[in-house]
Write a protein that binds this ligand. Structure first.
Ligand SMILES: NC(=O)c1ccc[n+]([C@@H]2O[C@H](COP(=O)([O-])OP(=O)(O)OC[C@H]3O[C@@H](n4cnc5c(N)ncnc54)[C@H](OP(=O)(O)O)[C@@H]3O)[C@@H](O)[C@H]2O)c1
Length: 268
């Protein structure tokens, strides 16, 4: 399953993330052998070298993979972003990214538009195929579009059953922007919920698969993390689970507005 991007390229709907993954080479190689093609990394995760080693060890054609990384907060600004992306590519041992995101807006720093201009240049040079943001609100996205004429193809945001982000999802949809869910399992806080448990029993699936199938049914891109082959395999198989419209209605009731991470309007 792939989602079209405003750039004219497309992104696999289901991928895996590498936050807090120490053994990124092994996890990346394992995930690629399971069947994943979308890899979500970031400079701040400190494991781009391992991520690149895992990619190389897979022996998959570069064109089959979708590689994302992100510009960290203290690298924002035009020249600093150009250098940060070059350093990421060097660590990854790649000459091109499929997607590069501004990791957090860090509004108080006042640099995200300059950062965006640098990403536009890199896109125009072919170094990055598509450019996007993470943890931005709709007003910040509209400022990027108004000041540069270029709209992010994707916004990666905290999104799980307890934080369903209906308003921001609708804003993205109205602008043609893909929503990508980070921490899609929400810290495991919904695994034992009676609605999730009942759906797992009805579909002969695990609670995690029910939650991931919910993301996919909403048309989101989703990047769960597991360091275990069993977990990676279980999560990848969630793509085969189709929830019914009434299942989505039942899961909508879990929304409590509860974050696991920081408030993006205050962070950075
Ligand atoms: N843009 C941002 O600001 C931002 C912020 C946070 C995260 N992210 C991205 O989003 C990705 C995913 O978010 P996340 O890493 O916070 O968490 P997550 O994917 O929601 O959850 C990961 C946790 O769930 C467990 N898990 C995974 N699959 C499981 C399964 N099938 N059964 C039981 N437990 C399972 C993992 O343990 P095991 O390893 O033991 O399976 C791990 O403890 C990150 O890796 C990163 O790429 C981005």
């Amino acid at each position: 399953m792939i989602l079209p991007l405003l750039s004219g390229t497309s992104i696999p709907q289901l991928g895996f993330g590498l936050w807090q993954v120490e053994d990124a080479a092994r996890v990346t190689e394992t995930a690629l052998s399971v069947g994943y093609r979308l890899i979500d990394g970031a400079a701040i995760y400190g494991n781009e070298v391992g991520m690149g080693q895992g990619i190389a060890a897979s022996n998959l054609p570069r064109g089959d993979l979708f590689v994302t990384t992100k510009v960290w907060n203290d690298r924002q600004g035009h020249d600093s972003t150009l250098r940060a992306v070059a350093e990421s590519l060097d660590r990854l041992k790649l000459d091109r990214l499929d997607l590069c995101l501004i990791h957090w807006p860090c509004a108080a720093r006042g640099l995200y538009v300059d950062t965006w201009r640098a990403l536009i240049e890199l896109r125009d040079q072919g170094v990055i195929s598509a450019i996007g943001v993470s943890n931005f609100n709709a007003a910040q996205i509209d400022r990027l579009t108004a000041e540069t004429g270029v709209t992010p193809v994707l916004n990666q945001i905290e999104l799980h059953p307890r934080l369903q982000q209906a308003v921001l999802r609708a804003a993205h949809a109205a602008r043609g922007i893909v929503t990508q869910s980070w921490s899609p399992l929400g810290g495991g806080r919904s695994f034992a919920h009676p609605v999730v448990q009942a759906l797992a029993r009805r579909h002969d699936a695990s609670p995690v698969q029910v939650i991931l199938a919910w993301h996919l049914a909403l048309g989101l891109s989703v990047i769960p993390r597991s360091t275990r082959r069993e977990g990676l395999t279980e999560n990848f198989a969630a793509a085969r689970l189709t929830l019914a419209p009434e299942d989505l209605v039942a899961l909508a009731e879990l929304d409590s507005g509860e974050r696991t991470g920081p408030d993006p309007d205050l962070f950075g």
